[in-house]
Design a protein around this ligand. Structure first.
Ligand code: BJW
Ligand code: ZN
Length: 256
């Protein structure tokens, strides 16, 4: 039987510049639902066009704010899992590591990762829909545990506009500098680990392909096999919380 870890572990042990690119699957074992997935995907139960666009917020701000406060409650009550922890530990094992995430939770940071690039914003950075001012009580504990409950968004102290979640909705641009840095790191790395993403949402989905095109190796870590016919692309099939600690063990066992 071939050892599927052999090549990815060697690549990791020898890499100078590593990018870890994560999606919702990395937080699944912390109890945070993914978006696309027949059993527990958010988009199976909720309609994205009614919740994750600027028009949806304008049409029904209470529905949208209540839904995001429910999701913020889930994240507040969750803990980083073994994958987040392994990724944070990796920073001490490789010369340069950049974590690029599509996730709006803070579980990478709570596991100890620094300088995480959040392509799709953060649940903890609400801002005014009208003037863009950030909302100072962003770190307060959410008080809305119920998925279906409407909740009036707070008002901006500068212009009385409505406060909106600090995430990137469909049709919105990604934060320009974050996006530029993520693309730069991906185009200059030796190895990119793509963990727990369906690779369906643009432009973030271009990041693994960009790394491959620039000559890096890419390892997909996902319970579903990720289709890739490119040379230098590998699959480690399994849950991130199991695969990541094992990958680190294989890559660095014996090193100090
Ligand atoms: C595990 C696991 C375990 C499970 N271990 N793994 C056609 C071409 C190009 C672009 C477009 C297009 N049509 C429309 C667009 C634009 C659109 C887009 O890409 N749409 C596609 C759906 C087609 N993109 C945009 O609108 C973006 N902006 C943009 O393009 O700006 C330019 C523009 C401006 C003006 C007009 C038009 C364009 C913005 C995209 C913002 C995405 N926002 C969301 C919501 C964020 C806020 C929130 O959290 O509510 O971001 S959508 C949602 O998807 C969220 C995620 O970050 C993103 C990606 O999902 P992810 O992370 O991959 O999760 P899943 O659920 O899809 O996959 C989970 C994976 O984990 C699965 O593979 C599982 O198998 C795996 N897994 N358990 C490891 N234990
Ligand atoms: Zn304002």
């Amino acid at each position: 039987m071939t050892d599927t870890y052999h090549i990815p572990a060697q690549l990791l042990a020898n890499a100078n510049r590593v990018v870890v690119f994560t999606g919702a699957g990395v937080s699944a074992e912390s109890g945070i639902p993914t978006f696309r997935g027949r059993l527990s995907g958010l988009w199976e139960r909720f309609e994205p066009s009614q919740l994750a666009t600027p028009d949806a917020f304008m049409a029904d701000p209470e529905l949208v704010w209540g839904w995001y406060e429910w999701r913020r409650t889930l994240v507040c009550n969750a803990k980083p899992n073994a994958a987040h922890i392994a990724i944070a530990e990796l920073a001490a094992r490789v010369p340069r590591l950049t974590v690029v995430t599509q996730n709006v939770d803070d579980l990478h940071e709570r596991a100890g990762s620094a300088g995480v690039l959040h392509l799709h914003g953060s649940l903890n950075a609400p801002r005014c829909f009208d003037c863009g001012a950030s909302f100072p009580d962003a770190a307060m504990k959410p008080q809305e545990p119920d998925a279906g409950r409407r909740l009036a968004p707070p008002r901006c102290q500068h212009c009385s506009g409505m406060i909106r979640p600090g995430v990137v909705w469909f049709g919105e641009s990604l934060p320009e500098q974050v996006f530029a840095r993520a693309f730069e790191e991906a185009s200059q790395c030796d190895l990119l680990l793509s963990i727990g993403t369906s690779g369906l949402v643009q432009p973030a989905a271009q990041i693994p392909a960009l790394a491959l095109a620039a000559g890096a190796s890419v390892v997909h870590i996902n319970p579903e096999n990720v289709e890739s016919r490119m040379q230098n692309a590998y699959n480690l099939t399994g849950a991130a919380g199991e695969v990541m600690p094992e990958l680190l063990r294989r890559a660095f066992s014996g090193s100090p």
